[in-house]
Design a protein. Structure first.
Length: 440
């Protein structure tokens, strides 16, 4: 019975195995990447092959970074964010020059969570309510920090870490992490704090994780319990080479990253492989523009109830062939259309794909069984009656098998020309239980 198929599809959705979650996430990718592009005042500056060809082998001397920072601010940069970790001493001994430049110009540097701590990370600018729940969010045992003189001279320090989904794709980026019992903001979050000219990132935790998060001079930032936000990939930033800078940056936030072949590793995202600096740019733009993509807490329950309700109605309507098929098609398409509408209007992520697929399977099962049963019944009728009924009668019985039970009553006249008898009325009980008047 098709009811079994519906029950199985509901059970799978409630169980929610990894392959179902992967399909749902891919469907969310189509929703998120369907948004119209939005231009932002963010520029990513790439240390690419052309940069290495001009300035020599990797890593570049630190005084080259100092010159790049000064050049970016002369060209009108609003804030420079470096997505380049500098944990070891400069082989050319230029750390002091870079530290002096960092003290003169505001630059946000990265730190990297790790299994062990290297160098001494600068205390984070964060205020936590409910510190006893720090273990509820993403936690790392250690951190790789920059050289001490660079760490102290930077205007801000943020962590660079990702948290891929079950299929290895980065769709949500954590804005905070716990390291050695302290809460550190991400590189994008720290850049936003510096842009807002604030001193702290405030986070309220409870037994479920993050309850609230905000930068006081910027406002609240909506995240999930792990402190993650969905990346809005409609946020577009400009990308240039470090040796081909625009004359006027117009107050843009500049994120410097490494993209040279063999040095930088692209990150798998909803829109494909993306350089880490572009990921940071998209995350920062998502927060600046107040884009809050979210999967509502009630979404799972609503989707399960919708599938159950539509499935039961569909099974009831399958007794009328065309009505059931029409309802199944409209319901399947309608669920997908509704999920897209909710995303466009509210930026809610709803899974229309699973409901659509489940209804199609239920409909195929119901009508498959129905058509096979009817076909076998027609073959049986033909086998039973083809030997002593006309072709027309057999076809009539195949179209309406109930005639075998209820029959058809008709008044007909039959003349037997090979018999001699006086005129009389003979009533013949025909195969179809009809009253037949015979004239002789």
């Amino acid at each position: 019975m098709a009811l079994i198929t519906l029950a199985v599809m509901l059970a799978i959705r409630i169980w929610d195995p990894s392959f179902v979650e992967s399909v749902r996430l891919r469907y969310f990718d189509t929703l998120i990447t369907s948004k119209a592009p939005t231009e932002n005042n963010i520029v990513t500056v790439n240390i690419d092959e052309a940069t290495l060809d001009k300035y020599g082998q990797w890593p570049l001397p630190r005084d080259r970074y100092a010159k790049l920072i000064r050049d970016l601010y002369r060209r009108g940069a609003g804030l420079v964010v470096f997505n380049v970790l500098m944990a070891e001493p400069d082989r050319m001994g230029k750390d002091a020059q870079l530290a002096k430049t960092l003290a003169e110009y505001p630059v946000v540097l990265p730190n990297m969570p790790s299994q062990k701590t290297k160098n001494e990370p600068r205390p984070p600018g964060s205020a936590v309510l409910g510190p006893e729940y720090l273990d509820r969010i993403i936690t790392y045992p250690g951190m790789i920090a920059n050289r001490p003189e660079l760490e102290e001279s930077a205007v801000g320090i943020g962590t660079v870490n990702t948290l891929p989904e079950i299929d290895g794709v980065n769709r949500r980026i954590p804005l905070i992490a716990t390291i050695d019992g302290k809460l550190y903001p991400s590189l994008s979050m720290e850049a936003l704090r510096v842009l807002a000219q604030d001193t702290t990132v405030q986070v309220k935790l409870n037994e479920l994780g993050v309850e609230k998060m905000r930068i006081p001079k910027f406002g609240p930032i909506t995240t999930d319990n792990f402190g993650r936000i969905w990346i809005d990939w409609s946020q577009q930033s400009r990308s240039v080479s470090a040796v081909d800078l625009p004359k006027d940056l117009g107050g843009a936030v500049v994120i410097v990253g490494v993209t040279a072949a063999g040095l930088g590793n692209p990150v798998p995202t909803s829109k494909g492989a993306v350089w880490p600096s572009d990921v940071q740019a998209a995350v920062l733009a998502t927060m600046i523009n107040g884009v809050t993509i979210q999967r509502p807490d009630w979404a799972d329950g609503a989707e399960i109830l919708t599938l159950a309700g539509l499935g039961i109605i569909l099974l009831f309507l399958t007794r009328w062939t065309y009505v059931g098929i029409l309802f199944g098609i409209i319901s399947s398409i309608g669920c997908v259309a509704l999920s897209r509408y909710l995303f466009v209007q509210n930026l809610w992520l709803g899974d229309g794909a699973y409901i659509c697929g489940a209804l199609v399977l239920v409909m195929l099962h119901a009508y498959g069984v129905k058509f096979v049963a009817e076909y076998l019944e027609k073959l049986q009728i033909k086998k039973q009656f083809a030997g002593y009924c006309s072709k027309e009668v057999v076809e009539m019985l195949q179209k309406d098998p109930d005639l075998i039970k209820r029959g058809v009553r008709k008044d007909v006249s039959v003349m037997f020309s090979d018999l001699r008898a006086s005129c009389s009325l003979i009533y013949v009980d025909s195969l179809l239980s009809a009253n037949t008047t015979v004239m002789m």
